[in-house]
Write a protein that binds this ligand. Structure first.
Ligand SMILES: NC(=O)c1ccc[n+]([C@@H]2O[C@H](COP(=O)([O-])OP(=O)(O)OC[C@H]3O[C@@H](n4cnc5c(N)ncnc54)[C@H](OP(=O)(O)O)[C@@H]3O)[C@@H](O)[C@H]2O)c1
Length: 300
C-alpha cells in the first residue's frame, strides 16, 4: 500500500476526506501525511484517523508562509528517503481560504487568497513532484465560481477577472469573491500546464466538491450570510463535506479514476467539461513563468 498527502485536513472537506481515506478497508487504506496548520484541530483529526486504523503523520505548516511550505516538503522528502513512510502515490491539494480583505498579505507579501489556494500548492507540488512514486495522482481543488452562470449571478458570486498573475498576486483593494475565483482559475491553468511538465506516470486532475455552504470557507463573511449558508447546507441534495469527502478520497485511490489527467475536472462524482476560458495556452505558460518568479522572490 501507499501514502496519500493531503493539505488542509483540519476541517470541512479536508477532514472528511482524511477520515474517508483512513476508514477504507485495511487492504486499501493508505498511510496519511496531514499537512495542516499546527494545533489542536490537526492533532484531533490525526487521532481520529489513527483510531480508524491508519498510520498518520502530522506535518504542521501555515500555508500562508512559503517558508513553512518548503519546510513541510523537506520533512516529507526526509520521511520518504528514510523509509518512515511508504511510497507517496497521491497528493491532494485541498486547503483553501477566502480572505475577506484583498489588501491582506501573506507572510511573503502576496494576496492571501492567491497565496494559500494557489502559490502554497505550487510550491509544495514543485518540491515533491520528483519523489512521487509512479503511477501517481495530483488532485487540485477547483471551484466552478471561476465562471459565471445564472445561479451565481443571482447570488452575486463573482467570476474570475483574469489579469497578469504578477498583478493578481499583489494585495490591493478589490473583491474577495473575484480573488477567490481568480485563484481557482489559476489552479485550472496550473493543472493543464503542470501535466505538460511532469513525468508520464503522474496524472493531474481537479476536483470540484459542489457548493458546500456550511463549511468554514466563508468564515470571514458577515454573520447574516453565514447563517443563510448554514440553513442552505441543511437542504437535502446540497453538497456537504460528508458527501464530497468520500468522493475526493475515491479520486485519490480508486481504479475508476486512475486515468484522469490533463487537469480533468470532476464535479462531485462526475467528469465535467470546463468552460473555454479555462483552456488558454498563453495564460498557462505565463502563469507557469510568473509562479516561478513569485516563488523565487519569496526565497530571496
Ligand atoms: N465550500 C465550498 O462550497 C467549496 C466549493 C468548491 C471548492 N471548495 C474548495 O474545497 C477546499 C476545502 O474547502 P472547505 O469548504 O472544506 O473549507 P474550510 O472548511 O474552510 O477548510 C479549509 C481547510 O484549509 C485549511 N487552511 C486554510 N488556510 C490555511 C493556512 N493558511 N494554512 C494551513 N491550512 C489552511 C483550513 O485550516 P484552518 O481550519 O486551520 O484554517 C482547513 O483545514 C478549498 O480548496 C475550497 O476552495 C469549496
Amino acid at each position: 500500500m501507499t501514502t496519500v498527502l493531503i493539505t488542509g485536513p483540519t476541517r470541512g472537506l479536508g477532514r472528511s476526506t482524511t477520515l474517508a481515506l483512513a476508514g477504507r478497508p485495511r487492504a486499501e487504506r493508505p498511510d496519511l501525511l496531514l499537512v495542516g496548520r499546527p494545533g489542536r484541530a490537526l492533532t484531533d483529526v490525526a487521532a481520529e484517523a489513527r483510531a480508524l486504523g491508519a498510520t498518520v503523520h502530522e506535518i504542521g505548516a501555515d500555508l500562508s508562509r512559503l517558508a513553512d511550505v518548503r519546510a513541510a516538503a523537506t520533512t516529507v522528502r526526509e520521511m520518504l528517503e528514510t523509509g518512515r513512510v511508504r511510497q507517496l502515490r497521491a497528493l491532494i491539494a485541498n486547503a483553501g481560504a477566502m480572505s475577506a480583505d484583498t489588501r491582506k498579505a501573506s507572510a511573503d507579501g502576496y494576496e492571501l487568497t492567491f497565496a494559500v489556494n494557489y502559490l502554497a500548492h505550487a510550491q509544495l507540488i514543485g518540491d515533491l513532484v520528483d519523489v512521487l512514486e509512479q503511477p501517481a495522482r495530483i488532485i487540485l481543488l477547483g471551484s466552478n465560481t471561476y465562471h459565471a452562470n445564472f445561479w451565481r449571478r443571482l447570488l452575486h458570486v463573482p467570476a474570475a477577472e483574469w489579469t497578469d498573475p504578477m498583478d493578481i498576486a499583489q494585495p490591493a483593494e478589490g473583491s474577495s469573491g473575484v480573488a477567490y475565483s481568480n485563484a481557482k482559475l489559476a489552479l485550472l491553468y496550473y493543472a493543464h500546464e503542470l501535466q505538460r511538465h511532469v513525468a508520464a506516470g503522474i496524472n493531474v486532475s481537479v476536483f470540484e466538491p459542489g457548493w458546500m455552504p456550511g463549511t468554514a470557507l466563508g468564515r470571514d463573511a458577515p454573520a447574516a450570510v453565514r447563517a443563510v449558508a448554514r440553513g442552505i447546507a441543511r437542504i437535502p441534495g446540497v453538497a456537504t463535506p460528508e458527501s464530497s469527502g468520500p468522493q475526493l478520497a475515491s479520486m485519490a485511490l480508486d481504479a475508476k479514476w486512475a486515468n484522469l489527467r490533463d487537469g480533468a475536472f470532476v464535479v462531485r462524482d462526475r467528469l465535467a467539461p470546463v468552460e473555454p476560458v479555462a483552456h488558454d495556452r498563453a495564460r498557462e505558460r505565463r502563469l507557469w513563468a510568473a509562479t516561478s518568479e513569485l516563488l523565487r522572490r519569496a526565497t530571496a
